[in-house]
Design a protein around this ligand. Structure first.
Ligand SMILES: Cc1cc2nc3c(=O)[nH]c(=O)nc-3n(C[C@H](O)[C@H](O)[C@H](O)COP(=O)(O)OP(=O)(O)OC[C@H]3O[C@@H](n4cnc5c(N)ncnc54)[C@H](O)[C@@H]3O)c2cc1C
Length: 443
């Protein structure tokens, strides 16, 4: 079987490797438009913080038995002829396929303002964008957009001693995605790190002098800046899909629950429109964690519709200095916008016993259905990823908070308090709303 994968990001790499496992005799070829085999976008903020060099996040040598054609941009999927037309080194070529996996990711979007072309203005998206940014990175930096990337970039740059302002047009960071109790804690922590966080501040213009950035103009006044980093969003990169007549939804390429778009074409990762596990609504996640699972499923399904995609829970974690925050499932804000009935509760405590000098704050925010079934969670703290993983599994399994409060959690005083913060939060919400344990967690 000939399998062509378009895009060698998280979903494409995973899908290609899995195809070789489930169908070892297949010829798998990946078309990747970048001149290198792959890169690690999630580590780009750390490059700006000086923790990694740009070359550290670039993969130059392909792994495994997959053929990766770099510098190859797919131009059209001819679905009648079952071949993909691509350009490489200035010439046009084609590849036949039995199955094609589309994994072209997202593309960045920018606000319609003057001055995006100025020297000193850049973004954090891929290797090229960060390479350009590093050449013009000054001491006074304005980061535009309180997204996960904006927050990580601001924190990393502040850790290098730069004068950093983070502007966000809404009244909180990561609006909608993160609920106010966690968002305000993140903003406070950024301020403690030296970042000037300016909310309700919308970018209006990037003003220059002699072609160079001088000021960032906002609705709340001008901010002097040598560098502006605009990270205001991204949308599914459906250009190739659209040209090739693949069905498109509101947020990406339409796929069925096996990630098939048409009879011989599958789509995975950020370009695919999938169902949200909690709400059942169509979405695209913009996360490597979900792209990886979708890549795995698309890879397994090239031999037939074997594995169903259960839906995106979208667990994420964002690093902010010594702390991190993250979430999974639905936020209370999203639930309220959708008109859902929900309960929510905030637990604030410490990650280690109170007598331990190294203890740090931990916040757990839970969102449940009126009968206590967990549908969302957010955390802020030092070691939240382990809790987030448990909460992700708990949502998949349909656990109720009144059951979680009675679960045992491993304890060692230098690692975690005996009363696990998640159990405390589950206890708190159960008591507040008088939720009673009526069944075992797995029934
Ligand atoms: C700065 C930054 C930080 C991030 N941090 C995190 C994080 O901490 N955790 C997390 O879960 N997610 C993070 N993400 C998001 C994560 O990187 C993406 O969700 C993930 O990479 C999606 O995988 P994908 O395979 O769908 O798309 P991508 O990884 O974007 O891969 C798409 C690939 O397709 C190629 N391509 C596109 N069009 C064509 C074409 N026509 N022909 C050939 N090739 C083509 C592109 O060059 C690209 O290599 C971050 C993203 C950024 C930008």
């Amino acid at each position: 079987m000939d399998v062509v994968v378009v895009g060698h990001g998280t979903a494409g790499q995973t899908a290609a490797a899995v195809v070789k496992k489930v169908s070892p005799d297949s010829q798998v070829t990946v078309l990747e438009k970048h001149s290198y085999v792959a890169y690690h976008p999630c580590s780009l903020p750390a490059v700006l913080g000086g923790k990694l060099r740009l070359e550290d996040v670039i993969e130059k040598v392909p792994k495994g038995k997959v053929r990766v054609l770099t510098g190859a941009t797919a131009k059209l999927i001819n679905r009648e002829a079952k071949e993909v037309i691509f350009e490489r080194d200035g010439s046009t070529d084609s590849l036949p396929y039995d199955k094609l996996i589309l994994a072209t990711g997202l593309k960045p979007t920018f606000p319609p303002v003057e001055g995006l072309h100025l020297e000193g203005v850049g973004t954090v998206w891929d290797v090229e964008s960060v390479e350009s940014l590093l050449k013009v990175l000054g001491n006074k930096v304005v980061v535009v957009g309180g997204s996960a990337t904006g927050i990580e970039v601001a924190a990393e740059l502040a850790s290098t001693g730069r004068d950093v302002t983070l502007i966000e047009m809404m009244e909180q960071l990561m609006p909608g995605k993160v609920d106010p109790p966690i968002a305000s804690t993140v903003a406070k922590h950024l301020k403690d790190m030296g970042v000037n966080v300016s909310l309700k501040t919308a970018l209006q213009e990037l003003k220059g002098e002699g072609g160079k950035l001088k000021e960032v103009i906002t609705n709340r006044g001008a901010i002097e800046a040598e560098t502006a980093i605009v990270v205001t969003g991204a949308k599914p990169n459906v250009d190739l899909a659209r040209r090739s007549g693949l069905p498109l939804g509101e947020s990406g390429v339409k796929v069925d629950e096996y990630l098939y778009s048409t009879e011989h074409v599958l789509a995975a990762g950020d370009v695919a429109e999938v169902r949200d596990f909690v709400t059942g609504r169509l979405t695209t996640t913009g996360l490597a964690s979900t792209a990886l699972v979708q890549g795995r499923i698309a890879g397994e399904n090239v031999i037939g519709k074997v594995v169903k995609y259960k839906g995106a829970l979208s667990p994420y974690v964002v690093k902010v200095g010594e702390f991190s925050f993250g979430g999974v499932g639905i936020s209370a804000t999203q639930a309220s916008r959708l008109g859902m009935n929900y309960l929510s509760f905030r637990f604030s405590g410490f990650d280690l016993p109170r007598y331990m000098p190294e203890k740090r704050r931990v916040l757990v925010w839970l969102v449940t259905t009126p009968d206590g079934r967990l549908i969302g969670a957010q955390l802020f703290g030092r070691r939240i990823r382990q809790h987030l993983t448990f909460l992700t599994a708990a949502i998949y399994a349909g656990f109720r908070v009144q059951d979680i409060r009675l679960m045992e959690f491993a304890y060692q005083p230098e690692i975690i308090d005996v009363v696990d913060p998640v159990a405390s939060a589950a206890e708190g919400i159960s008591r507040k709303y008088r939720l009673t344990a009526s069944r075992s967690p797995t029934s």
